[in-house]
Design a protein around this ligand. Structure first.
Ligand SMILES: Cc1cc2nc3c(=O)[nH]c(=O)nc-3n(C[C@H](O)[C@H](O)[C@H](O)COP(=O)(O)OP(=O)(O)OC[C@H]3O[C@@H](n4cnc5c(N)ncnc54)[C@H](O)[C@@H]3O)c2cc1C
Length: 346
């Protein structure tokens, strides 16, 4: 079965990879001159589940995505994968309540997820931390840009190929993954997608900051040294939809870092930055499933701030639908409903 995929970011290339793996014939159309030039173009990204206090569709989705990603990243060369661990600081009252509930209700083993005191978190981090933390020992970083390249290996890709009209596509099924570009299609125009701009900042290291061994999240995030710099992210602007660089964003990223990780105080030198636009849905959950089952038009979008994990699991869901269940992935009916584009019908 030939499946046309529109969009060459994480959502589209993950689909291409999964469809090929399950015996479908993907062909990918990307408007730009190269893959991963939009939201998926960062050289560094963190793969973390979106934490919920209880169990439910979100937990089912992100937990499965996390373990699927670990299995897959191990087998993909050249993606700068570093499972260095992730500390999520308990820096407000909500997290103080929610994170222990997450640990209890998700039921992962101690070696996967546990709460640490501030001294224990400092020991893990390699730098002093003033907050307790939720620790995921196998979380870490990967290059979204390189991941797109790895996913698309061996796939028929048409670059500089913006698709304006789905009736021009010759395929047995079509998957729309074009981020905010999707709303131009009448088939997807009803989806309440919203852009959220973000900017990451690369900063110089000091002898002290270079000791950082894992990622630290605190509302923003910082990574251990990668290619001689730390990556500090990320702004989250619901009111902007452009990818121009904003100087103030670098200052905001750095100030937030200084506030939460004292080992970085005094580090101000910006070595680079990148801005892009995320696609989100009002309920902050991806939109994945059939847009028009009769015409075999599907969608994978609204991956928000967790696209590394969610695009992969979304691709598995679509592989499952397109192969009539032969792909062999399990999804509860409740989760499929929560992801479905049909949830916005009323
Ligand atoms: C600053 C920033 C930091 C982030 N950090 C992280 C992180 O640490 N961890 C994480 O998991 N996620 C992170 N994200 C989110 C993640 O990058 C996104 O969720 C993900 O990249 C979305 O992928 P996508 O394929 O849906 O969209 P995109 O990457 O935007 O891809 C859409 C593609 O579709 C193409 N297209 C659009 N219309 C058409 C058309 N008509 N025909 C053909 N092609 C078309 C576009 O050119 C584009 O290439 C971050 C995002 C930003 C902006």
């Amino acid at each position: 079965m030939r499946v046309a995929i529109l969009g060459g970011g994480l959502a589209g290339t993950a689909c291409a990879y999964m469809f090929k793996r399950h015996g479908l014939e993907p062909v990918l159309y990307e408007a730009a001159e190269s893959l991963a030039l939009a939201a998926s173009g960062n050289s560094v990204g963190l793969y973390n589940p979106r934490f919920t206090a209880g169990r439910g569709p979100e937990q089912e989705f992100y937990a499965a995505a996390f373990f699927e990603a670990l299995k897959l990243f191990e087998s993909l060369p050249g993606i700068d994968w570093n499972p260095c661990g992730a500390l999520h600081l308990v820096n407000d009252d909500k997290k103080a309540k929610r994170f222990p509930q997450t640990v209890q209700s998700w039921g992962w083993g101690e070696h996967e997820m546990r709460m640490l005191s501030a001294p224990e978190a400092s020991e893990v981090a390699g730098v002093a931390l003033a907050f307790p933390a939720l620790y995921l020992a196998r979380s870490g970083t990967v290059s979204p840009r390189k991941l797109c390249g790895a996913y698309a290996q061996g796939v028929e890709v048409h670059l500089n190929h913006p698709v304006a009209d789905l009736s021009t596509i010759k395929a047995d099924a079509i998957v729309l993954t074009g981020g905010m570009g999707l709303v131009k299609f009448p088939e997807a125009a009803h989806l309440p997608l919203k852009p959220v701009r973000g900017q990451i900042t690369y900063i110089e290291a000091s002898e002290e900051s270079a000791k950082l061994r894992c990622t630290i999240g605190y509302g923003g995030y910082v990574t251990p040294l990668i290619d001689g710099v730390h990556c500090v992210g990320s702004t989250f602007q619901r009111w902007l939809d452009h990818s121009e660089i904003i100087g103030q964003d670098d200052l905001d990223n750095i100030l937030k870092l200084h506030e939460h990780v004292h080992a970085f105080r005094g580090l101000h030198t910006v070595e680079g930055q990148r801005a892009a636009v995320r696609t989100t849905a009002p309920d902050n959950f991806p939109v994945v499933g059939a847009l028009d089952a009769g015409r075999r038009i599907y969608v994978s979008t609204a991956h928000g701030s967790h696209g590394i994990l969610s695009s992969l699991r979304a691709a598995q869901l679509l592989a499952q639908l397109l192969t009539g269940g032969q792909a062999g992935y399990a999804f509860s009916g409740e989760l499929m409903g929560a992801l479905s584009p049909g949830r916005f019908a009323n």
